[in-house]
Ligand binder design. Structure first.
Ligand SMILES: NC(=O)C1=CN([C@@H]2O[C@H](COP(=O)(O)OP(=O)(O)OC[C@H]3O[C@@H](n4cnc5c(N)ncnc54)[C@H](O)[C@@H]3O)[C@@H](O)[C@H]2O)[C@@H](O)CC1
Ligand SMILES: [K+]
Length: 504
């Protein structure tokens, strides 16, 4: 499923109409009808429905919905929140069809009247403004939105809750807080931003006939779901041996934080790596060996409980993860630099490793093999020299700019984890839950990512699948034996079993 900006959606629209010859009226009919099919599952046959229509094509969708419901014997009425002369083009065509079928319309100039007009309605369909919103909502629409947001009635938004921007970057808006939204054609980026996602309520996408070639042409962003996971995950050959599944190295750990590297190692093995070596201090090895029985160890020299600068061969690995629990000292920074310079395989940089590259980002830019950074918002903001709220306003743009500028893959972790490739492709992960907001969760994701980077798939797919597995494990655990409260990172490692058994 593609994710689009408003501009991309207009491009797809234009292409479908001009190049492929599909008429706008027909797309509108498709949108309204597809939405009615879904809507009728949500409402009673006796429900009274009020459609509030605006002036653009979003209002046009509203008129198609009103006509379809009317013709299916529902009690429906349209409140038009703009003057008659504002309804033009395809929307006017569909308004006329609705009226020709016996539909009624009340035109309102002031928001206050809305209370009375919807007093007997059970369901309100918000078709005031869609992706054509410019600036903050004007009256009377803003007043209607304020009313809708305090009413108990069930509000269904069409395409996008009216007033909400489709794109990232704006946080000051008045918008409908919908109970549910039927998104037309492709979800918009605002459905995956922390400050705007909740306005959509539950959402579902309806297809209206945009061909995949049009979507592909305009959007580089997608939603990574079960289908993508199942399609791209390499199948295991029955006669494969451990060498086929990757030899990985995890570098990190300190006496103060021995557990994190153990988690990454365990997760990497559980997710399917053939061989994993943990490169850490002698003391950490003693501490984690009893719980990391399946891995091998490489003892590196230490200083005050942390790794010291050290040269050792890094060329016999298929992928390396570095940074976990390693501390932020000059010596550990030099170790990160050494590995980034020497390793001729994908390198995943996490946690303290991210602080080290910040001091000299040319460390990552110079590399010719894939480099992956896996920051949470605080770390990403640190790398970009901006605040977390600034980052969260436009996470897609910031991640894409960083990935392009430094030639790296970025896994920006969060409720909506965004995976970005250096060429600008982006995916939003669909799995995971609040149970993952706990220490160790990131270490597990790093381990799974390491395992995935060594399987037979592109790095972009590998990272998308790692995020999918990590979140899905948590989802299955919470659905069955755990809760958001008690879920531990070590449970998530165990849960990988169920993900594989269920989906591969
Ligand atoms: N072929 C198409 O163009 C299709 C469009 N679709 C629908 O059409 C929508 C886009 O249509 P439009 O481009 O006409 O735009 P919209 O209908 O989203 O909004 C444009 C209208 O809103 C008004 N408006 C803009 N900013 C405002 C503000 N701040 N305060 C108050 N009013 C404001 C404008 O005066 C304009 O009339 C989509 O969201 C979707 O619902 C679907 O029907 C599918 C096909
Ligand atoms: K709307």
């Amino acid at each position: 499923m593609y994710i689009v900006t408003a501009k991309e959606m207009y491009g797809i629209d234009h292409y479908t109409m001009q190049e492929l010859g599909v008429e706008g009226k027909l797309l509108m009919e498709n949108a309204g009808r597809a939405i009615c099919l879904k809507l009728e599952n949500l409402i009673e046959k006796t429900s009274r429905i009020c459609v509030i229509a605006g002036s653009g094509n979003n209002g046009g969708d509203g008129f198609v919905i009103a006509r379809t419901l009317l013709n299916n014997n529902y009690h429906v009425h349209v409140v038009q929140a703009v003057p008659d002369e504002k309804i033009t083009g395809d929307a006017l065509y569909h308004k006329n069809l609705y009226k020709n079928c016996g539909g009624t319309v009340t035109v309102i100039k002031e928001a206050e009247i809305i209370r009375e007009l919807v007093s007997d309605a059970d369901i309100i369909v918000d078709a005031m403004v869609g992706i054509g919103i410019r600036g903050k909502l004007r009256e009377p629409l803003a007043g209607i939105v304020r009313f809708l947001n305090q009413t108990e009635k069930f509000v269904v938004s069409i395409d996008i809750p009216s007033g909400l921007p489709a794109d990232e970057g704006l946080t000051d808006f008045t918008a409908v807080e919908a109970d549910c939204t039927f998104i037309v054609g492709a979800p918009k980026t605002s459905a995956f931003l922390e400050h705007s996602a909740s306005f959509y309520g539950e959402w579902e996408m309806v297809s209206i006939g945009f061909p995949p070639l049009a979507l592909r042409k305009y959007s580089k962003r997608m939603l990574w779901n079960e289908g993508n996971f199942q399609e791209s995950m390499p199948k295991r050959k029955l006669n494969s041996h451990k060498g086929d599944h990757g030899r990985g190295l995890v570098i990190g750990g300190s006496t103060e934080m021995p557990g994190s590297i153990a988690m990454s190692v365990k997760a990497a093995l559980k997710a399917g790596s053939g061989l994993i070596t943990a490169a850490t201090t002698e003391k950490v090895i003693q501490m984690i060996a009893p719980v990391s029985m399946e891995s091998t160890f490489l003892a590196l020299s230490e200083k005050n409980g942390y790794l010291a600068n050290h040269t050792f061969p890094v060329d016999s690995y298929d992928a390396i993860a570095i940074g976990i629990g390693m501390g932020r000292y000059e010596e550990t920074r030099d170790l990160v630099r050494y590995v980034l310079e020497q390793a001729k395989c994908p390198v995943i940089i996490d946690a303290d490793g991210l602080y080290h590259i910040k001091s000299d980002l040319s460390m990552i830019k110079k590399r010719s093999d894939p480099t992956i950074v896996t920051p949470h918002p605080g770390e990403m903001a640190m790398l970009l020299d901006i605040s977390v709220p600034e980052l969260l306003k436009e996470p897609f743009r910031y991640a894409a700019e960083f990935a392009g500028k430094y030639n790296v893959y970025v896994v920006l972790k969060g409720k909506y984890t965004i995976i970005t490739a250096p060429d600008g492709r982006q995916a939003v992960n669909t799995t995971g839950n609040p149970g993952l907001a706990k220490g160790g969760s990131g270490d597990v994701l790093t381990g799974i990512s390491l395992a995935m980077a060594m399987q037979d798939q592109s790095i972009f797919e590998a990272l998308c699948n790692a995020c999918f597995i990590h979140g899905k494990s948590a989802d299955l655990l919470v659905a069955n034996e755990h809760s958001f409260y008690d879920l531990l990172a070590s449970d998530v490692i165990k849960g990988i079993t169920d993900v594989y058994r269920t989906f591969s």
